[in-house]
Design a protein. Structure first.
Length: 129
């Protein structure tokens, strides 16, 4: 298993950023898959593309959103997106644990791809402010 982390600073308050985030907008901003379905409460999201389908479950906390792939090809994909106050703005941080379940080299490639997805997501979120 590998862990990756990406962060961005935005000049707005954490509460504003948290209020603007939704499960489907986060996954869509990662750029790898399209949202296919969202449960009414937004806790469970189905995404797909390239012949794959993944289901993620979301948990919202006061300063973070956690989501985990519960159905899909990866052995592990857990992500925490935090919004913490910093210098009259917000530090957005995305941390993911990813494992494919194969050789270490494959986990490294998956972590490299995941880092790119987190960068795209945080860049997209930050561009709104």
């Amino acid at each position: 298993m590998r862990e990756v982390e990406v962060s961005r600073f935005v000049r707005t308050y954490p509460g504003i950023v948290r209020d603007d985030l939704s499960s489907d907008s986060i996954l869509e901003s990662e750029g790898s898959f399209r949202v296919r379905a969202v449960e009414a409460d937004g806790d469970r999201v189905v995404v797909g593309g390239y012949g794959l389908e993944l289901v993620s479950e979301f948990t919202t906390h006061e300063d973070s959103i956690e989501y985990e792939q519960v159905e899909g090809p990866l052995e592990t994909l857990r992500t925490t997106l935090t919004c913490e106050p910093e210098d009259e703005g917000t530090r957005l941080t995305g941390r993911s644990q990813v494992a494919v379940g194969g050789p270490e080299l494959v986990d490294r490639v998956a972590a490299w791809k995941r880092r790119g997805e987190l960068r795209r997501a945080l860049d997209s979120i930050a561009s709104e402010y």
